[in-house]
Design a protein around this ligand. Structure first.
Ligand code: PGA
Length: 240
């Protein structure tokens, strides 16, 4: 299976940024390449993305209704999204999203034909207290549906900080997630891609993508420019 590299533009990008997506779509990156621009760009991005899959950064758990400012999974699918990032630590922090809500959103996404990319990861305080694996286990149990999804391990302290987890720490967390997925989903749990996220850059991608049980990357800042993002993809492709 090709590695999966997912870009998360967060609240960045405008019409002028669509050229970056066109550049990402121009050649064969050697990986499955997915990109989540802000929702305002999904429709236009999907029109220029070629083989690159376009996705969303969140969805509501309900099909429709009185939820001002929110977007349903079916609306995002109609706009051109094929996957949705859920449970990102920035949403857990900024919007108080808990595991049960993330799981409900994942169910809504699957029902609408979107693949959920469900994020888990411990804070620095939790890691220092020796609770990293326990926290990750709780999030896997609580926020993933009983279906095949994509899982992303993103230690909160590594996101946007330039700090990455060490390879042994990544391997420990990913092995733990693999084991929990197998316990939860049986054989299907072995096929769930587990991405690493948190300050992945062209310079550290090879080392991180070569780690055991790392099936790809979830990339924030370094996904905004096609040149950086494609360099990460090339590093991931070389490790597969
Ligand atoms: P970063 O973000 O690559 O900028 O650290 C990763 C993420 O939040 O998905």
């Amino acid at each position: 299976m090709r590695p999966l590299v997912v870009g998360n533009w967060k609240m960045n990008g405008d019409g002028a940024s669509l050229g970056e997506i066109e550049a990402m779509a121009a050649g064969d990156p050697g990986v499955a390449l997915w990109i989540a621009p802000p929702a305002t760009l999904i429709h236009r991005a999907a029109a220029v993305a070629g083989p690159v899959l376009v996705g969303a950064q969140d969805c509501h758990a309900a099909e429709s209704g009185a939820h001002t400012g929110d977007l349903s999974a079916a609306m995002l699918r109609e706009a051109g999204a094929r996957f949705v990032i859920l449970g990102h630590s920035e949403r857990r922090r900024d919007h108080g999203e808990d595991d049960a809500l993330v799981r409900a959103k994942a169910g809504a996404a699957l029902a609408a034909g979107l693949t959920p990319v469900v994020c888990v990861g411990e804070t620095e305080a939790e890691r220092e207290a020796g609770r990293a694996l326990e926290v990750v286990r709780g999030q896997i149990e609580g926020s993933l549906p009983e279906d095949e999804v994509v899982a992303a391990y993103e230690p909160v302290w590594a996101i946007g900080t330039g700090r990455t987890a060490s390879v042994p720490d990544v391997e420990e967390a990913h092995a733990h997630i693999r084991e929990r997925l197998a316990a939860k989903l049986g054989e299907a749990g072995r096929a769930v891609p587990i991405l690493y996220g948190g300050s992945v850059k062209p310079g550290n991608a090879a080392e991180l993508m070569g780690a055991a049980n790392v099936d790809g990357a979830l990339v924030g800042g370094a996904s905004l420019k096609a040149s950086d993002f494609l360099a990460i993809c090339a590093a991931a492709a070389n490790q597969s």
